[in-house]
Design a protein around this ligand. Structure first.
Ligand code: CTP
Length: 393
């Protein structure tokens, strides 16, 4: 999903204050490898000038159906024939009404009608306009026509009111666009993922945890959702935003994670155990804060249950994928864990190079051998891992 190189997007911008966010959206699209052609309605040019979008996209902005720069005056055909998708953000209620009924009275609406690629729209309008029966009808019609509606979000609106109708944030629009362009290899599969660290309380203010950021697990979740899987994520405490489209269960301790896993394991096809689960927890969590006395303090620790091993011992376990972050003898330790935990696949990496980082370099170890993957962004590594696992299912 991450590799959107050589993909071309036609970005339609309508006349709404959210048009200023579309300038940032162009940057995000380009950073993901897309090339972008911007097309604006006349109303949009009152909010942001075409020069802004031209400077950002590196391409002349299309605004006029009679544009003399286009030799055969067929911008509405040409613009979509080279695009993998047409994205309209922001989309006003007026433009959506035209799209729903097939009105083509300017370049943007004519192009939408003439396109031969998927259409995604990110509506932006006042909450009353969004809730109006005519807008509701138009949205339903557009969905029936196969148009992908992104958002809108809720919150403070430019008009001062609060409610549903804000354009979805550019990051979410980008994510939805990537998902729309990703082949659904995991369609119909149910997947459980654990991610992040666990946190074992010593007393009400202190805890034992580890340096896992949850990034690898969350990247696996994103890749699975993009490819059509139905994903349940059981996550320890992390500083990451909740993945859009997954059922998310937040836990703290290894014990809570164990219970959550067994509550949700039934009917799962695959279990990705990415979480860095604590192997030990304080034998007792003190009810009151421990006061310092100056004398040495020993904490008595007790072993936690190995969640992954408990899943593979079930009568009908799902296909299990383990993860092993090691500091030394990485492949040997990982292979040993794979056999000991009775799992078909384990993904091994160097803890020092992976914890908290954006990139990761892993080796996939299965019954047939060891498969090193080149160092890459965790989102790309996640795609390679789920691709490998899918072949083994
Ligand atoms: N795991 C688990 N429950 C635990 C400990 C580990 O489910 N209590 C899972 C992890 O999610 C991972 C795999 O087991 O998929 C390996 O975890 P890791 O911490 O690398 O290994 P351990 O088995 O804990 O062994 P050690 O800490 O000695 O390396």
């Amino acid at each position: 999903m991450n590799n959107m190189q050589n993909k071309h997007i036609l970005l339609g911008v309508c006349g709404g204050i959210a048009a200023y966010k579309s300038a940032y959206l162009v940057r995000l699209l380009q950073n993901s490898g897309f090339s972008v052609q911007v097309m604006m309605t006349e109303a949009a040019t009152h909010f942001v000038t075409p020069v802004t979008f031209q400077a950002l996209s590196g391409q002349a902005v299309l605004t006029d159906i009679w544009d003399p720069r286009i030799p055969n005056r067929m911008a509405h055909i040409e613009a979509t024939r080279i695009a993998q998708a047409m994205l309209i953000a922001p989309a006003t209620s007026n433009v959506m009404a035209k799209l729903a009924t097939g009105i083509a009275d300017d370049l943007l609406t004519t192009t939408a009608l003439a396109r031969n690629c998927p259409l995604l729209v990110a509506p932006a309008m006042n909450r009353e306009m969004w809730g109006h029966p005519s807008t509701r009808r138009n949205i339903e019609q557009l969905q029936r026509d196969g148009v992908n509606i992104i958002g809108p979000a809720s919150g403070h609106q430019a008009c001062g009111e609060v409610g549903e109708g804000r354009m979805e944030e550019p990051e979410i629009i980008l994510l939805m666009l990537k998902r729309a362009l990703t082949t659904k290899h995991w369609e119909g599969r149910r997947v459980l993922v654990t991610a992040g660290p666990t946190l074992e309380s010593i007393d009400p203010v202190r805890a034992i945890t580890n340096h896992s950021s949850g990034k690898m697990g969350y990247a696996i979740v994103d890749a699975l959702i993009a490819q059509g899987a139905e994903v349940t994520l059981i996550t320890g405490p992390v500083a990451l935003s909740s993945p859009v489209g997954a059922k998310v269960i937040a836990v703290m301790s290894a014990e809570q994670m164990l219970h959550a896993v067994h509550e949700h394991i039934e009917n799962q096809d695959v279990f990705f155990s990415v979480a860095a689960v604590a192997d030990y927890r304080p034998e007792q969590t003190q009810a009151q804060k421990i006061k310092k006395s100056g004398a040495p303090l020993a904490l008595q620790l007790t072993a936690t249950v190995d969640i992954l091993a408990s899943v593979t011992r079930l009568p009908k376990p799902p296909f299990c994928v383990g993860f092993a972050a090691e500091t030394n003898s990485v492949n040997d330790y990982a292979q040993h864990k794979r056999v000991a935990k009775n799992i078909p696949v384990i993904v091994a990496n160097h803890a020092q190079h992976a914890l908290g980082q954006e990139d990761n370099e892993v080796v996939i170890i299965d019954e047939t051998g060891q498969y090193p993957l080149a160092k890459a962004h965790k989102s790309e590594v996640a795609e390679r891992i789920i691709e490998h696992v899918l072949k083994l299912l």
